[in-house]
Write a new protein. Sequence first.
Length: 355
Amino acid sequence: MSDDLSALATETDAALAAAADLRAWDAVRVGVLGRNGKLTAMLKDLGKTPAEQRRERGAALNRLKDQLTASIEDRKAALESAELDARLASERMDVTLPPRPAQLGSIHPISRTMEEMAAIFGAMGFGINEGFDIETDWFNFGALNIPGHHPARADHDTFYLPGKRDDRQLLLRTQTSDVQIITMLSQEPPIRVIAPGRTYRADHDATHSPMFHQCEGLVIDRNITLAHLKGCLVDFLRAFFGIANLPVRFRSSYFPFTEPSMEVDIGWSRKTGEIGGGTDWLEVLGSGMVHPRVLANCGLDPREWQGFAFGMGVERLTMLKHGIPDLRPFYESDVRWLRHYGFSALAPAMLHEGV
Ligand code: 2NL
């Protein structure tokens, strides 16, 4: 082999050995075999070789080309396999590491209280209806016998919305009574329904949130009396608090949509906070016989149909049942608070068997 050919062979082998990755390898390949590569140039120059040496040099160049092509391909295979080895080493998974603990969610106390209300009233034959957070002032006030000038409209610190529906002012509902109005308008009596949901009042301090939850209930049938109301609510409160002999007191009150109206108190100890013990009374819900004008507003003849209704605050009952002292964390989504007061998704809503 002539000197220039063996020099190229030596030089190429050294460059291939020095190529640390496929990019460097490709530069060597192009430098030798590419269009402007050294070997390509030698082949092009074959024509300038004196005729008597041309045959021998041509054969030598072809052998060199085969030899270099083979060593270039060998180097490529070696680099590829080294690269794969490096990836396998760096991406290896250590199956002996302990698993990361799975984060289990929990049921929010508000949701759990509403599930319990649904379970207890459900067992008494009540269904659940849901209305809309945005209502007209007719469904929130007018149908409930609260006329435009009535002070209750101001009491409720209503969020009014720009815009109207059916020529009626839009607002965020201040209670879930809209649900019962819709139920009476769309469903023939007898009716037994509860309406849990979000309600809104422009009121914000340590004990009031502008968004909170209420659960109202409605029963309409023939010959419904105060005795039905009292029996139903005493049973509910005893089941909800899980205290079979919980003292319950009905105290005369006033709501525009019920007549007569009664506030409902349970026995507790102001000093220890214990529900069912002590000699003090704590107001927990409002109730009454549905006002005849409300029945008439919903197309029901008050001489044929009577009923009772009640309303309670979900946050308030949740705080009392679980001894939660502050209203604000209910809406702060602090996972430490939720872990402390939340409920396992697998624990069913309590029905207090035997109460
Ligand atoms: C309270 C008092 C109450 C009602 C809500 C009602 C609904 C219709 C007709 C008559 Cl459609 N009444 N709801 C009745 C009495 C009391 O809520 O203190 N809630 C937190």
